[in-house]
Design a protein around this ligand. Structure first.
Ligand code: KG4
Ligand code: ZN
Length: 353
């Protein structure tokens, strides 16, 4: 069973081929991130235009790297939500067209569900990938931490899951990106904060941890705003001072301490909820998925706090990629999940779990 996965929900144009839901044959990713850097965040129109230019070469690359012809493929899986409307459209229209022309089965994939399935990849002959030795087992607790999502989900089996909780405001990655912007650190903010935090004191500043009514819900806008207030206070400025000018008044060690203190609170927040869910549901395995799962400090702390070993996948498979989409597509195909109609599959920008 070989599935081509196509992912264009944000600023990565990605395609990959996965075999039998566990073997990674190729993983082509072209990011338009450099074009967004000057704006400090993803510009939807630029992302969509970049997908138009990149989608064909990226799919070609995925097939070439996998040494795979169209005849070898059993189906196409494509992200149809959640994500930016213009970006999703390019991937979905491409997949629909290819499914018709190449006579392939088509599977519509929920992007957030896809992130979890990156953890099911266990073998590859591609260089530079460190994959877990075994697939996770059910019941499975999934912590999804990305630029657009922060969710705790309990999977009893494939396609049988309950959303335990999610963010009420900013996603965790979004908060990393916004704090980086306040500190004048380059986009994307997650890796920049992680780098600055290495040289900072995580206990220097006591930022608030949100207390939520929903047992498993998160909030990251509180600590983010607390960083803004702290920066204003350190610079002797009030709310009327333009926030983009604060970074110029902070010194390096203040920035490093703020980055480390924010990262500590953000990681503690998701760690608290993951531990609480582990204690209540006693899952057989825990996976951490999404871009923020690439954070080494988060990996270290969660491994320390949770009572079972966590098999982290390669950081290249944590951020957006086609492999996670293809992997979930394989499971849909093998387990008899419904196919999508290539003449009518629509995008769903606000799709939830
Ligand atoms: O999963 P992803 O590629 O896209 C979404 O589906 O949102 O996640 C991107 C997010 C960005 O907010 C980025 O800042 C964050 O993941 N990120 C990190 C790290 N690498 C990427 N956050 C913290 N530490 C990292 N090392
Ligand atoms: Zn994502």
């Amino acid at each position: 069973m070989k599935i081509l996965g196509i992912e264009t929900s944000c600023d990565e144009t990605a395609a990959a081929v996965v075999e039998d839901g566990q073997r990674l044959l190729s993983n082509a990713v072209l990011s338009s991130m450099d074009l967004h850097k000057v704006y400090g965040g993803v510009v939807p129109e630029i992302a969509a235009r970049s997908h138009v230019e990149a989608i064909s070469p990226v799919i070609e690359q995925a097939l070439t790297d996998a040494k795979c012809s169209w005849d070898d493929l059993d189906g196409i899986a494509v992200t149809y939500g959640a994500g930016l409307g213009g970006s999703l459209l390019i991937g979905v229209m491409t997949a629909r067209t290819l499914a018709i022309v190449k006579k392939k089965l088509l599977y519509g994939i929920n992007h957030v569900e896809g992130h979890v399935y990156a953890n099911f990849l266990t073998s590859t002959s591609l260089p530079g990938y460190h994959l877990p030795a075994e697939q996770p087992t059910f019941p499975l607790l999934a912590l999804i931490v990305s630029g657009g999502h922060s969710q705790l989900v309990l999977f009893r089996d494939h396609f049988d899951y309950t959303l335990l909780g999610q963010t009420r405001d900013d996603a965790i990655g979004e908060a990393f990106d916004k704090v980086a912007k306040i500190l004048g650190l380059p986009y994307p903010g997650g890796p920049s904060i992680a780098e600055a935090a290495k040289r900072g004191n995580p206990n220097k500043y006591q930022l608030p941890k949100a207390k939520m009514h929903g047992a498993y819900d998160f909030s990251f806008s509180g600590p983010k705003t607390a960083v803004l207030r702290l920066a204003q206070e350190l610079c002797g400025q009030d709310y009327a001072f333009p926030s983009f000018k604060l970074a110029g008044l902070l010194n390096e060690s203040q920035k490093q301490d703020i980055a480390a203190s924010f990262q500590r609170v953000a990681i503690e927040t998701v760690g608290d909820k993951a531990l609480q869910a582990y204690t209540e549901f006693q899952p057989a395995s825990v996976v951490i998925a999404g871009g923020v799962a690439a954070n080494q400090e988060l990996r270290r702390q969660l491994s320390q706090r949770l009572p079972l070993p966590i098999a982290y996948t390669d950081p290249k498979l944590c951020t957006d990629n086609g492999a996670m989409i293809a992997t979930l597509g394989c499971f849909k195909a093998t387990l008899g999940q419904p196919t999508a109609d290539p003449y009518s599959l629509e995008i769903a920008p606000n799709l939830s779990m």
